[in-house]
Ligand binder design. Structure first.
Ligand code: BGP
Length: 477
């Protein structure tokens, strides 16, 4: 087999507006639910905010120059809805459009393909105030109106679109675990209803994009954590199946087939939490499914599924946000499954399993089930990095990414059609729940949790030069 990755493979890196931009109240930007949420004491890590983040808003030219130096082929970034429509809808804020115009043009002028995420969690607070945001069906029209504005203004230059980032994460953290806005806990019925609204927003946006730009490439990005059955016990095999249907296929089946997994829906009906459909929804979901071009996958780790008795563990908000190993708790769904530790895998300081083969597993599973091209829209290692004598040595990150790329190449050789691989992230940035101490970038940014200290200077880490070489050889070395 050829050692190189496919011709035109998009070697990339990713970010999200709230995590890098800063300039939270500049040039007409409205407030998002995250601008408010981080101000509630105790909600996020040390009450760190994205007010300034890594100031990408003012330093994007410097950041793009570094991407160019690296040889990056694609940069995935998200647009802040509140820069385009400060109140979520109504009059467009031309200064917001102008910022993204400058960023897109800068990328294109440097031979970097822009890949846009329409929604990476920063919902306008105005829509939350008016009708509880995602909880109301009204969100669908406002979302499509916002997405369509992006398509009409940027679609002449931007071909790659990701509608939603990790719908499974922002809804479970927001309505079950209380860790993302609006901070609700165990509201199962609303969780599934919110998801239905998000699916409709995704589907109608896909159709709106294709109506305007038939050649565009579109999909949504799913946080896929494949599950391994704990043992050869039939009840563990069934636990894996329940986990897959309720935690993975519940989203990917709707994107790819336009329907919910039948067993999951039966389960939700028995619990009286199945979502309400409007007339015509099924047809729209099906039509959109026929129009997506790829499955976006954010891959970080795998999980284990084990049978969980009716009086067993539920979902908790005890997750490790400090980087102290072993401080997270087992999550589960009573009567169905729980997710114990995998004894065979190492973990990061934040208790995420390190499992390169899981990436291959994820690609194979998607290819078997959906036969769709794949965009790896995120993959990376969160770690404590240290600046010493002006350098950051991060061999652990190189080792992590290299191992994942080896498995990704195997998946490609096995028939998976992988279009792009975006690492998380290009520069260091804000981690939603872990602050600035948990770093992912190829480029170190000099800043601490508190906004006053740090120069925000950019310093390429060792991994920057490793990825540069990997891109240059198209993955052959
Ligand atoms: C994904 C998000 C990203 C990013 C990443 C790393 O879920 O799409 O926005 O934050 O995870 O996660 P964390 O910052 O929690 O380590």
């Amino acid at each position: 087999t050829n050692k190189e990755f496919p011709k035109d493979f998009l070697w990339g890196s990713a970010s999200a507006a709230y995590q890098v931009e800063g300039a939270w109240d500049e040039d007409g930007k409205g407030r998002s639910v995250w601008d408010e949420f981080v101000r509630i004491p105790g909600k996020t890590f040390k009450a760190t905010t994205g007010d300034k983040a890594v100031d990408h808003y003012h330093r994007f030219e410097e950041d793009v120059a570094l991407m160019k130096e690296m040889g990056l082929k694609t940069y995935r970034f998200s647009i802040a809805w509140t820069r385009i429509f400060p109140n979520g809808k109504g009059e467009v804020n031309e200064e917001g459009i102008a910022f993204y115009d400058r960023l897109i043009n800068e990328l294109i002028n440097n031979d970097i393909t822009p890949m846009i995420t329409v929604f990476h969690w920063d919902l306008p607070q105005a829509l939350q105030d008016e009708y509880n945001g995602w909880e109301s069906r009204k969100i669908v029209d406002d979302f499509v109106n916002y997405a369509s504005m992006l398509f009409s203004r940027f679609g002449d230059r931007v071909k790659h679109w990701i509608i939603l980032n990790e719908q499974n994460v922002f809804t479970s953290h927001g309505w079950l675990m209380g860790m993302h806005p609006p901070g609700k806990v165990q509201d199962m019925k609303m969780f599934y209803q919110v998801n239905h609204h998000a699916f409709m927003a995704h589907a109608k946006s896909v159709l709106a994009l294709k109506a305007l730009w038939p050649d565009a490439l579109v999909g949504s990005s799913f946080a896929f954590g494949p599950a391994y059955a704990k043992s050869e016990k039939p009840e563990d095999a069934m636990a894996k199946m329940d986990y897959d249907d309720l935690q993975s296929y519940y989203w990917m089946d709707v994107y790819a087939y336009g329907r919910y997994p039948r067993a999951a829906l039966a389960q939700l009906k028995s619990m009286n939490v199945a979502p309400h459909f409007e007339a015509g929804d099924e047809e729209i979901l099906k039509l959109a499914a026929q129009n997506i071009d790829f499955m976006g996958v954010n891959y970080y780790q795998t999980t284990v599924a084990e049978y969980n008795p009716v009086d067993g563990v539920g979902m908790s908000n005890k997750v490790n946000t400090t980087g102290k190993k072993g401080t997270s708790e087992v999550q589960g769904m009573p009567g169905l499954y729980k997710n114990p530790k995998n004894e065979f895998l190492k973990t990061t300081d934040w208790d995420w399993t390190i499992d390169p083969e899981g990436l291959r597993f994820a690609c194979r599973d998607i290819t078997s089930r959906y036969d769709l091209p794949i965009v790896i829209s995120e993959n990376g290692l969160g770690a404590f990095d240290h600046l010493e004598n002006g350098k950051v040595h991060d061999p652990y990150r190189i080792e992590y990414l290299k191992a994942h790329l080896i498995e990704l190449k195997k998946a490609i050789d096995e028939g998976c059609r992988v279009l792009a691989y975006c690492t998380w992230s290009f520069t260091d940035l804000l981690s939603w729940l872990n602050g600035y101490q948990k770093r992912y970038g190829f480029v170190f940014v000099d800043r601490e949790e508190d906004e006053e200290s740090g120069t925000l200077n950019r310093i390429p880490k060792d991994s920057f030069y490793w990825y540069q070489y990997t891109i240059k050889t198209n993955g052959a070395e």
